[in-house]
Ligand binder design. Structure first.
Ligand SMILES: [Zn+2]
Length: 461
């Protein structure tokens, strides 16, 4: 009897262990599947297999999407349409993050997630699907992870690459709808022209400071981006989020709006933003909508006799780089500029000079060099009397006790070395007339170059 008791107990223990092993194997398989499928983003464009046709919703689908299936505007057919649609998101930043999440949550079939950049701490206030632990990781990959956590039935294709005239057609041709979430002008023209050439609707949004815009280009007889903006703006007039700042929730709202219009197109309801520009003013909490003209017959790319029939060099066309990171103006010659190393040596030799910081006050409040004089570029450009007086006074102090033809040195600094060049041009016009004659140069790379190469304790923003 004791023998059979022991036998039964051992059998029971074995069964328990077997079940434990089976559960562990299942967990391992799940983890491995997730791990393998998200290990590496694509660094080039490759052909994608066609989306699987879905004829009916599974019980799990019905459960997951039940709250939106109840809407007569969507219903079962709309949900099936979503599952048959692929969407390319160009830029996984402030607009792309909420957009990717809502498209995945709603059940689009395939999401292309494109970004050339890595996650940085200063992204997280607006790019809310990335986390602190994703710093340094590819944004495309980080976005794919977040999307998969939310809805693993959505096929994700992360692209860690820069969209270019060489890869754009091959990539965009493989998707049904394109969402432009980029924040530079060359990419906007590139995405637009590629969408026109491959006949894809383009849901486009932008956000800066406290304002946002949204429209749908190249859709149902509506205009394309070039119809509205045939000529790119001069690069020195373009402001992006790293220059102008943005409240994180503003691109959040615009990205959600993009998701709405993409979902309406993908489900078959159609977007009503085709000839409409939606403008959001976050300060006054107001939306305005401007009626746009239809497609222009003489548009260079979507017109009746287009002159642009293939992709061109958009950086050359716009005179600026297709990334927001290294936007560098070159308004001055080399002898009108000094490097941060040269400026450090001027400080070390205690050479008399005036350091003029031309950033707006709000940036000076974040950080500044203690011995600098702050006069914002806008005040110089407008020749504000109070500021001009102050500048005159400081320059005259430098001239004290020197001969009449002595030219005091003025060095101009800003955040990145773009505004400082404009300020040098303004000061050169004033030199010898509105002001005493000065020798004025700007400091290349500005305070951010100072922080990275000279003083690592100086804050970066
Ligand atoms: Zn056009």
């Amino acid at each position: 009897a004791a023998m059979s008791q022991e036998l039964l107990s051992l059998k029971a223990q074995l069964k328990e262990k077997d079940e434990e092993i089976a559960a562990l194997k299942q967990r391992l398989a799940r983890l491995e599947k997730n791990h393998n499928s998200t290990q590496e983003p694509y660094d080039k464009v490759t052909p994608l297999s066609p989306l699987k046709t879905k004829r009916e919703l599974s019980n799990e689908d019905i459960m997951r999407y039940s709250r939106q299936l109840l809407l007569p505007q969507l219903a079962v057919q709309g949900q099936l349409n979503l599952s048959q649609t692929s969407v390319l998101i160009v830029g996984c930043g402030g607009l792309g993050c909420p957009l990717a999440l809502y498209l995945a949550a709603a059940g689009v079939g395939r999401l292309g997630l494109l970004d050339y950049d890595e996650v940085e701490l200063n992204n997280l206030h607006r790019q809310v699907l990335h986390g602190e632990e994703n710093q340094g990781q590819s944004k495309a990959l980080s976005a794919a992870h977040a999307v998969r956590r939310l809805n693993s039935t959505v096929e994700c294709v992360p692209y860690h690459l820069q969209l270019s005239p060489q890869n754009a057609l091959q990539l965009i041709q493989q998707f049904d709808i394109v969402a432009d979430c980029s924040d530079n002008v060359p990419t906007r023209y590139l995405v637009n022209d590629t969408c026109v050439l491959s006949r894809k609707p383009l849901v486009s949004a932008s956000a800066l400071r406290m304002e946002g815009q949204l429209t749908v280009y190249n859709y149902r007889g509506g205009p394309c981006y070039r119809c509205l903006y045939p000529v790119p703006p001069p690069p020195e007039t373009v402001t992006n989020c790293s220059d102008g700042g943005v409240l994180g929730v503003v691109p959040g709202i615009m990205g959600c709006f993009q998701a709405l219009e993409v979902l309406k197109i993908a489900s078959g309801q159609g977007s009503s933003c085709s000839q409409q520009l939606l403008m959001f003013d976050a300060q006054d909490a107001k939306f305005r909508s401007i009626r746009l003209r239809p497609r222009k017959a003489d548009c260079a790319v979507c017109g009746d006799e287009p002159s642009v029939t293939q992709l061109v060099d958009y950086e050359a066309f716009c005179g600026s780089a297709a990334s927001d990171k290294c936007r560098r103006l070159n308004l001055l010659s080399r002898d009108q500029r000094i490097t941060v190393q040269e400026y450090e040596s001027i400080l070390n030799h205690a050479e008399p000079h005036l350091l003029l910081d031309v950033r707006p006050l709000v940036e000076v409040d974040i950080c500044h060099l203690p011995f600098s004089l702050n006069i914002p570029l806008s005040c110089l450009e407008e020749r504000k009397p109070e500021e001009v007086q102050l500048l005159k006074k400081k320059i005259n102090q430098l001239k004290l006790g020197r001969s009449g033809d002595f030219q005091p040195k003025v060095f101009v600094i800003c955040k990145l070395g773009n505004d400082s060049q404009k300020a040098v041009q303004v000061l050169e016009k004033m030199s010898g007339s509105e002001l005493a004659s000065v020798a004025v140069k700007d400091i290349c790379g500005g305070l951010m170059a100072w922080a990275t190469t000279i003083d690592p304790t100086f804050p970066q923003y």
